[in-house]
Design a protein around this ligand. Structure first.
Ligand SMILES: Cc1cc2nc3c(=O)[nH]c(=O)nc-3n(C[C@H](O)[C@H](O)[C@H](O)COP(=O)(O)OP(=O)(O)OC[C@H]3O[C@@H](n4cnc5c(N)ncnc54)[C@H](O)[C@@H]3O)c2cc1C
Length: 510
């Protein structure tokens, strides 16, 4: 790859002459306002490295780059749509109320090293032929970021299918607002089951269906079932009826991200808890009170959680980059985007060949892979800028932990399988070690121990996202409106679609 000329630090505009030398000026100087100036650490020639996406891949790229690039040789800018990184493996814990939602995120300004600038805004497009990335900032400005090297790490969104009723009635578990919404939804259904005199409504309120048995579905269902079982004693009528939890998976086994033996292990743990596993089964239709499965059963339920896979973030298709058939960015095993010099892609958005499958399939969309790809791409970006030599992505999964609630987990470390309390201890220690920052770790420890000692909170705070107008008092709260709520029973006996957690609102209210 040919080395482009660096840009002037701080301007983000087109590069001056190659190498920064300007006629009439001595070497080690730059021209500013037509004057020759000595290169300093504040203003001087440097490369512009832009990282789009501040999740697992983006943050690890930034940290590693800041470590390996010569000091002040590059201006590293990380662009993310929020000022925090979501630690997704702990999202099911937030959904189950084991963890305070604010404790499963990592504030980017606290975790990014010196030398990395954060720009909060939405990446909206790019023109790779002009080395430019477009960002809408939270103030409404559109910025054109000029880069010498661009790393795309924009992650993924839930992959939905054209199943009737899915878009209208299903809940997701991919973001923090969705996790909080889910917890409130489960609690509201327990309240509904307790208060209704209609046995059909009670049955639907106490039936929870998850579709998709990957990390998100399995951990999400396991944690929420564990939480609901723990608090069910507080609901005497619901307790007599009992709950039903169903996990539906189109493949013939759970956890496609891990090997079959550990997946079997996790499946046995779930069935031992009374959870119904429906493998080789698909969802055919959803209504506001039923889920129809491919085996013909129509399950009465107000809760359908869709966790059946991910696809690259939609903005990825607007970056002018070559895409593979699966919609991920077409990348080589060094994370370089094909036919696009100076552009790299990693994580869920990239199609980097999986070394564990000898490159025959793409790397699985896991944080483990995104983190290691971040390190690989940092080395390769540095090499492209003249520091060190390029490497290929070689990581193979060494272990896996699947947290399933209080004192329950399955884990595999260096071919050793663990279950129950030892696995749970390994899972928590692993997340504790991986969570950046002592303060964040302390918060996790505090939440886990408070939960163990005193149980989990059962307050349903969905209404906090809907602040009544001053002159409207409590009646400003919508009684029916948002989808997926199983709130007070309406005249017809169906659950009215209550003030469910809106994304931003619930996040604030948590
Ligand atoms: C519930 C759940 C549990 C999981 N558990 C595990 C687990 O236990 N172990 C494991 O290895 N993996 C797990 N995963 C998978 C893991 O979260 C992903 O594989 C990983 O986050 C991918 O990293 P990434 O950097 O590609 O994307 P992300 O970490 O998602 O980062 C992408 C970033 O880009 C930002 N972004 C997106 N679009 C824009 C835009 N237009 N402009 C600006 N910024 C944007 C996003 O806000 C985000 O910060 C889990 C996933 C889920 C949903």
């Amino acid at each position: 790859m040919s080395r482009p000329a660096p840009s002037v630090v701080g301007t983000g505009v087109a590069s001056p002459s190659p190498g920064g030398a300007v006629r009439g000026c001595p070497v080690a100087t730059v021209t500013l306002w037509g004057l020759c100036q000595r290169r300093t650490s504040v203003v001087g020639m440097a490369w512009n490295v832009v990282i789009a996406g501040g999740g697992f891949g983006g943050v690890h790229t930034a940290k590693h780059l800041a470590r390996i690039l010569p000091k002040h040789s590059a201006r590293i800018t990380l662009v993310n749509d929020t000022n925090f990184m979501l630690y997704t493996p702990l999202l099911p814990g937030a959904a189950a109320g084991t963890l305070e939602p604010r404790h499963v995120v990592v504030p980017l300004r606290e975790t990014l090293p010196d030398g990395v600038d954060l720009l909060v805004g939405n990446v909206t497009g790019a023109t790779p032929e002009e080395n430019a990335l477009f960002v809408d900032t939270i103030g409404g400005e559109t910025k054109r970021l000029r880069y010498d090297q661009l790393v795309v790490a924009l992650g993924s969104v839930s992959r939905t299918l054209p199943i009737p009723g899915l878009a209208e009635h299903a809940l997701g578990l991919k973001s923090l607002p969705e996790a909080i919404q889910l917890r409130n939804h489960v609690l509201r259904n327990l309240e509904l089951a307790e208060s209704t005199d209609d046995p059909v409504t009670r049955r639907a309120a106490l039936t929870f269906v998850f579709v998709g048995a990957g990390y998100a579905g399995l951990e999400g269902l396991a944690e929420l079932q564990d939480f609901a079982s723990e608090v069910l004693d507080l609901y005497p009528r619901a307790r007599v009826h009992g709950m039903r939890w169903i996990l539906v998976e189109a493949r013939d086994r759970v956890m496609p991200e891990v090997g079959p033996s550990l997946a079997d292990f996790a499946a046995r743990e779930l069935t031992a808890r009374g959870i119904e596993l429906r493998t080789s089964t698909t969802l055919e239709e959803v209504t506001d009170r039923t889920a129809r499965l491919s085996d013909g059963e129509v399950v009465p339920t107000f809760t359908l959680v869709w966790t059946a896979g991910v696809k690259p973030h939609p903005v990825v298709s607007k970056l002018g980059l070559p895409l593979a058939e699966n919609g991920r960015i077409d990348t080589s095993s060094s994370a370089a985007v094909r036919d696009t010099p100076g552009v790299w892609a990693i994580g869920d958005a990239a199609n980097i060949p999986d070394p564990a499958a000898k490159g025959k399939r793409p790397s699985p969309p896991t944080a483990q892979h995104a983190i290691r790809q971040g390190k690989t791409v940092a080395i390769n970006v540095a090499a492209a800028l003249g520091t060190g030599s390029p490497v290929k992505f070689k990581y193979k999964t060494r272990g896996v932990v699947v947290d399933m609630g209080q004192r329950k987990a399955v884990a595999m470390t260096m071919n050793l399988k663990w279950r129950g309390t030892p696995a749970w201890f390994i899972a928590r220690s692993y997340h504790l070690a991986m969570m950046p920052g002592l303060g964040r770790r302390g918060r996790l420890l505090a939440d886990w121990n408070v939960g163990l000692l005193f149980g989990r909170d059962t307050a349903e705070l969905g209404q906090l996202g809907h602040v009544p107008k001053l002159d409207q008092g409590e009646h400003a709260l919508p009684i029916d409106g948002a989808k997926n709520g199983a709130g007070p029973v309406s005249a017809g006996g169906a659950p009215s679609q209550t003030a469910d957690a809106s994304a931003s609102g619930d996040q604030q209210g948590s």
